[in-house]
Ligand binder design. Structure first.
Ligand code: SF4
Ligand code: SF4
Ligand code: SF4
Ligand code: FES
Length: 947
């Protein structure tokens, strides 16, 4: 059998608490009540043959391979669909059973190609295993009758193929698509001998509803659904457990290897965030790690107009250190800084902020959370006392009403979306607050009870109106509030929320959402046993982002929805390690664990450990660094794995800031857009080469394990360490585990964390310390972290960005399933087949008014700039609203976004830009400049060239 196959106990585990005693083949066994006989036997070490059952899916009972005998009962029940009962005596192996199983197997085999030796599943085929297990020696029916052996192979999907000739119609794939993924893309067409799996009426996989999550491929017991990488390279020989490098769900994967080559990534069943499920990115889009664009040599250049020159590491460090030191000598200690990466491990991030604080001697360090979830940190910390989500993902299975605000989980957090959809199919109610009709509003077997399709920028009035109805109609949980919250704050908040301007009728005028719909949604949420809020960047990336986060926390406290399973305020965090990057002290005002830099006790602890004096003044945030660069006082930056030139708003301003600096160091896998303005390029490592930890949206610390050597010859934390040493600060870690040990020592919420502990327990949710040795899945259980919950008044201050006659439409931005953020990874994979370019969604009435047709090139103009892209005419957006993504650098979506930002955290207001659109015939000026710069970027001089 394949060495990397994960254990399959046949049917899902029972959740019952009590156990029963049974006897299997004469031996006693104690098993959880409700367990199937098949699973009970497997748990006891007895492998009953099976084909249609697998432990990730409900039992189906179609293949009849798992028959057993039960003392006192007639016939041969299927063990997968029969639950155990107290005192049951089961026989799994008798002559009669053997004969029956062989008969079944003969039928399967008579319609199977039997090309085992050349089959891609050879060695990893359950049909092959079962033929062996039942002792099949002969097929009485012959192979000449009617069969399916000439069925065509569907190779349309870039990552897996469907070879119908090998299908045994066990329907595991169909059930995986329904139960695990919730897409319902597959059906069994036809009846009896003519039944076959279909991905839609006369459609191949590529054109079907399939979202390439891979669940069906994982579930298929034969070579029918098979990864193309296995077809090309054969079966893996070993596996290493690691964590996905894309989104904040933090799925665990088994990297299946042949030598040091990754052959396949399969979702890990024991992964506590994903329970064996995956999405197209983590499952298939890992090829970027070995893409030809990957840079493997350090490079330097005097001026950005010069070609890059490949150098050895030592020269790159000395060159950088000299330039940084010279800048500080001339312009002062605070004239340089750094950005940590949410794509990197906690250990890699920690050393970068340490380098800034200890080696550069200032607090000019920030991270990409600045442009995504910094309002989450501010808002949740202010109201509840901690800068993170309150729940584990599994909590959604206890929710009765789920409110999704400004998030699109099916594309942004697909594995969690599948879990949420499972709960919705079980009967939980859904409220969606989003300008666009996201996929969750209407999908197979799911329909939102209410979709509040508000105008971009009006989240705060909507949350206030929901609270207004709940308070005015007596739906608030006053007992909870009295017990758990600061009563003064409750009273003043209540007075604010009951003001007439927060009534649904008034809010309808600004938000464009019908007052009755707001009332009905509020009643639904207010009346819920368990009401859970999930939100994303559609909340935070506004000039009132922090206000809105506090508005949601207010609503959750007012309805008693914090502190148990099924409730909570839950940010769906974007990047794989954005939570960790924030936890590690990446903000200019906080040391690790969100402790303010001005706190003397905390600073002293770090100072003693690091042997330096730490500046008590907060440093620059990213936008401050850019402003200071434009003003000529900020001159150098060390940028770890973040492409600010593409991802940050108001591209013209960012480019001006980057151009004004004297030394920009980019550490990345690829020569990204920011590297066009850089003087030093330090090649980074992919997640497949990293040793460390990521922290997901549920505060779960997951191990990231290297499956191959660092391709450029140096771990990323070592790059930072060597640079620190070149700058004159001694940093001397021997391995990444030592960095985590230091984090744990200096950070109370991490006190019990170490690589050894994580390797033992799998993963843990912080806080993890002596008070919570096994971590803290649910926050604020008996009391809020800050003591009493604080209600904060959330008066609505509209953004200064307004529509007018010149810019009459509102642009909002988001993501697509197959691409990821700036696309650095996904654009270097076959995911491009689904989404090769950013498009602009336009409502038919807005398009018609302007003479714009579907797929036509349009210009998109704001006060800040102008780009062109193709239009997609759709009713997903309402009239007056247009929408695009920002995955392709050549589109330049951020050329048009503005300088406005959240009042508390300066998180940019990506979600609201006043724009005009018009038919276009050519690229914008910025896009022409972009193309010219892209050509320049490719000029690299190697030592061989110089010789
Ligand atoms: S494709 Fe695979 S999983 Fe689906 S019915 Fe056929 S054999 Fe079973
Ligand atoms: S890949 Fe996922 S979405 Fe596509 S058919 Fe298979 S299970 Fe369904
Ligand atoms: S849901 Fe997120 S973490 Fe999971 S596989 Fe997809 S991208 Fe990776
Ligand atoms: S495994 Fe039980 S009927 Fe198929």
């Amino acid at each position: 059998m394949n060495k990397t196959r994960q254990v399959d106990l046949g049917t899902p585990a029972s959740s019952a608490g009590e156990t029963v005693q049974i006897e299997i083949d004469g031996l006693p066994a104690t098993v959880k009540a409700g367990t199937s006989i098949l699973r009970a036997a497997r748990e006891s070490g007895v492998d009953i043959p099976k084909l249609c059952a697998t432990d990730s899916l409900k039992p189906f009972g179609s293949c009849r391979m798992c028959l057993v005998e039960i003392e006192g009962r007639k016939g041969y029940p299927a063990s997968c669909t029969t639950p155990i009962e107290e005192g049951m005596k089961i026989r799994t192996q008798t002559d009669a059973l053997s004969k029956l199983r062989r008969n079944v197997m003969e039928l399967y085999i008579s319609d199977h190609p039997l090309d085992c030796l050349t089959c891609s599943a050879n060695g990893d085929c359950e049909l092959q295993d079962m033929a062996g297990a039942v002792g099949l020696r002969d097929v009485r029916y012959g192979f000449d009758g009617e069969n399916h052996l000439d069925a065509p192979v569907d190779t349309s999907n870039p990552y897996f193929q469907f070879d119908a000739s090998k299908c045994i119609v066990c329907s595991r794939c169909v059930r995986a698509c329904d139960e695990a993924q919730g897409t319902f893309a597959l059906t069994i067409e036809g009846r009896g001998f003519n039944s076959k799996v279909s991905a839609g009426i006369s459609e191949d996989f590529l054109d079907s509803e399939c979202v390439s999550c891979g669940a069906c491929v994982q579930a298929c017991p034969t070579a029918t659904l098979m990864e193309k990488s296995i077809v090309d390279h054969g079966q893996p020989d070993h596996a290493i457990i690691t964590t996905c490098a894309y989104c904040g769900v933090g799925c665990s994967f088994q990297a299946e290897m042949k030598g040091d080559q990754v052959i396949r990534m399969t979702p890990y069943k024991d992964g506590e965030a994903n329970h064996g499920h995956s999405c197209v990115k983590g499952r298939f889009a890992w090829g970027y790690a070995s893409h030809r664009d990957r840079m493997l040599k350090p490079m330097i250049r005097e001026n950005t107009s010069d070609p890059w020159r490949e150098v050895e590491w030592e020269e790159a460090f000395q060159y950088t250190a000299e330039r940084f030191k010279a800048i500080q000598k001339e312009h002062g200690r605070k004239s340089i800084g750094g950005i940590t990466s949410s794509r990197c491990t906690n250990e890699e991030v920690f050393v970068v902020q340490k380098l800034v604080r200890a080696a550069m001697g200032n607090n000019n360090v920030d991270t990409c959370a600045r442009v995504c979830h910094s309002p989450t940190g501010y808002g949740l910390n202010t109201t509840l006392g901690t800068s993170a989500g309150t729940q584990p993902f599994d909590s959604v299975m206890d929710a009765d009403v789920i409110m999704v605000i400004g998030a699109n989980p099916t594309v942004g957090h697909p594995v969690f979306a599948s879990q949420m959809k499972r709960r919705l199919r079980e009967g939980a109610q859904l409220i969606v607050v989003d300008p666009r009709e996201i996929g969750l509003v209407r999908s197979p077997h799911i329909e939102a009870a209410y979709h509040l399709n508000l105008l971009p920028g009006t989240n705060v009035p909507i949350i206030n109106a929901l609270a207004h109805v709940i308070v005015s109609e007596g739906l608030a949980d006053e007992d909870y509030v009295r017990d758990r919250c600061e009563l003064d704050s409750w009273e003043s908040w209540k007075a604010m929320i009951l003001k007439p301007e927060n009534s649904p009728e008034e809010v309808a005028k600004v938000s464009g959402v019908d007052a009755e719909k707001i009332r009905a949604a509020a009643r639904l949420f207010g009346g819920a046993g368990n009401g859970a809020i999930y939100y994303g960047l559609g909340v935070t990336e506004h000039s009132q982002g922090s206000t809105m986060v506090m508005g949601m926390a207010n609503l959750a406290m007012a309805t008693g929805n914090i502190g148990r399973s099924g409730v909570g305020v839950n940010p769906l965090r974007g990047q794989n390690n954005v939570q960790g990057a924030c936890d590690m002290g990446s903000f200019p005002h906080e040391l690790a664990g969100y402790r303010h830099i001005s706190g003397e006790e905390v600073r002293t602890q770090f100072e003693q450990h690091w042997g330096v004096t730490i500046d008590p003044e907060p440093g620059f945030r990213i936008p401050n660094m850019f402003d200071a660069a434009c003003a000529g006082t900020f001159k150098g930056m060390y940028i770890q794995g973040e492409d600010v030139a593409q991802s940050d708003p108001d591209t013209h301003h960012v480019e001006a800031a980057l151009s004004a600096m004297e030394c920009i160091v980019v550490q990345d896998l690829f020569l990204n857009e920011t590297a066009k303005f850089a003087h030093v390029f330090l090649p980074g490592t992919s997640f497949l080469e990293k040793d460390g930890t990521f922290i997901n949206a549920e505060r779960r610390i997951n191990r990231v394990r290297p499956v191959m050597e660092a391709q450029q010859g140096k771990d990323e934390w070592r790059i930072t360490q060597d640079l620190a040493q070149a700058l004159g600060y001694p940093m001397n870690y021997n391995n990444a585990a030592e960095i985590m040990d230091e984090i744990a020592e200096l950070t109370p919420t991490f006190n019990n964390v170490s690589f050894k502990f994580l390797d033992e327990v799998g993963s843990v949710q912080w806080p993890c310390n002596d008070s919570a040795p096994m971590g803290t899945p649910i926050m604020h259980v008996d009391a809020f972290v800050r003591g009493k919950g604080l209600f904060v008044e959330t008066d609505y201050v509209p953004t200064e960005e307004r529509t007018n006659r010149k810019f009459p439409l509102l642009l909002t931005t988001g993501r697509i399933l197959s691409q990821y953020n700036v696309g650095a990874q996904t654009r270097r994979t076959d995911n491009n087949i689904w989404y090769g370019e950013d498009v602009l969604e336009v409502h038919p009435s807005d398009a018609e008014m302007r003479g714009i047709g579907d797929s036509q090139l349009v210009s998109l103009t704001s006060r800040k700039g102008n780009i062109t892209l193709r239009a997609k005419i759709t009713t997903r957006v309402k009239p007056g609203v247009v929408y695009t993504t920002f995955h392709n650098p050549e589109t330049g979506a951020n050329v048009v976004t503005t300088e406005y930002s959240d009042w508390a955290t300066e998180c940019p207001e990506y979600k609201v830009t006043a724009v005009q659109i018009a038919p276009a015939s050519h690229r914008s000026e910025w896009q022409d400049e972009f193309a010219a710069r892209a050509q320049e970027q490719g000029r690299i001089v190697t030592p061989a060239d110089e010789a």
